[in-house]
Structures are given as structure tokens and as C-alpha cells.
Design a protein around this ligand. Structure first.
Ligand SMILES: [Zn+2]
Ligand SMILES: [Zn+2]
Length: 179
């Protein structure tokens, strides 16, 4: 353990604190539970609560035990925050990032592709608007996937030969009114 190497003099004290701290907290908790159980049992009719004081003894014990435990682990937390554990963590992170980068990249592009084809990304060159329901449809689609409207311009103008939308009422080019 690098702990002893860094702080040899304190490790003994810390081990004692780590053992005694939780132990005191545990005893305190036990006393509190014991006192509470006795207190509630007294309500059930088995006479006045005789061990109610256990709660008041257990409470400070739990607090002291908690503080001791906290102190025991404080050094560990400080060292952790100081970044002594950072290098191996960084390596792990880099390793993971290296492995996932390609995956994320291909996933993102696949997602983008899917969004474009699904008509969820506006202004994309691979989609056109359905002239009936205004939904974005893949440029290569023959029919609108949302309303079934035939896609592409298929209505030639008899006046100027401009090909208009299949549901056009007027010619885009000359304004000819379809009967
Ligand atoms: Zn449509
Ligand atoms: Zn026309």
C-alpha cells in the first residue's frame, strides 16, 4: 500500500481510528435502536420504558463515532483531491476514450444519417419537403412517408413545359392555372 509509504507515522493511528470510529458509531446506533424498541414496547403495555436513556447515550456515541470515522478517512480524501490518484485514473480515462472514440464517431454519423433520412434535420440537402403535408422526406423517395403523396415534380405545364408539383394549382414558371 502506498499509504504507508507516504505517511508511515500516521497509518497506525488511522487504522485505530478507522476501527474504533465505526465501532463507537455502531454501539451508539445499537443503543439508540435498543432504547427506541424499549420505548415503543412500553406503549404496548409492558410498563414504563426502562431503557429510554439508551437513546440519549447512543446519540452522542453515534456522533462521536461518525466524526472519528470521518477523521480517519479525511487523509485519504485529501490525498485523493490532491490528485495523487489522478495519473492512473487519467490513463484509464484515456484508454477508455481511445476505445470509445471510434465507436462514438461512427455512432454519431450513423445517427446523423438516420436523422436526415428520417426527415428530422431541417435544411439538409438529402431531404425535400412534401408539398402536401410539408414533412421532410428523403430526396430519393418516390412517395411521402407521412401522407403517401407522390414526390417529385410530375405535372408538366401545357403552356411553358415547366414541370410542376403533382398537386400544383398554378405553374411555378408562368402562372398557368391548372383546370
Ligand atoms: Zn406528405
Ligand atoms: Zn407554365
Amino acid at each position: 500500500m502506498d499509504e504507508e509509504r507516504i505517511n508511515p507515522g500516521h497509518s497506525g493511528t488511522r487504522i485505530v481510528l478507522r476501527t474504533i470510529g465505526p465501532l463507537i458509531a455502531l454501539v451508539g446506533l445499537g443503543l439508540m435502536v435498543f432504547g427506541l424498541v424499549d420505548f415503543f414496547r412500553a406503549f404496548g403495555g409492558s410498563g414504563p420504558p426502562r431503557y429510554f436513556w439508551c437513546i440519549f447515550l447512543g446519540m452522542p456515541l453515534l456522533a462521536v463515532g461518525g466524526i472519528l470515522t470521518k477523521l480517519a478517512y479525511l487523509g485519504k480524501i485529501f490525498r485523493y483531491m490532491a490528485g495523487e490518484t489522478a495519473p492512473p485514473m487519467k490513463d484509464t480515462f484515456n484508454y477508455m476514450a481511445e476505445g470509445t472514440r471510434e465507436g462514438v464517431k461512427s455512432m454519431a454519423s450513423a445517427l446523423g444519417q438516420g436523422l436526415r433520412e428520417g426527415g428530422f434535420v431541417a435544411g439538409s440537402q438529402t431531404t425535400v419537403r412534401c408539398h402536401k403535408c410539408n414533412a421532410l422526406v428523403a430526396e430519393t423517395a418516390k412517395f411521402c412517408r407521412w401522407c403517401g403523396q407522390a414526390m417529385g415534380k410530375s405535372k408538366p405545364c401545357p403552356q411553358c413545359a415547366e414541370v410542376n408539383d403533382p398537386d400544383a394549382k398554378f405553374c411555378d414558371n408562368c402562372g398557368y392555372k391548372y383546370g
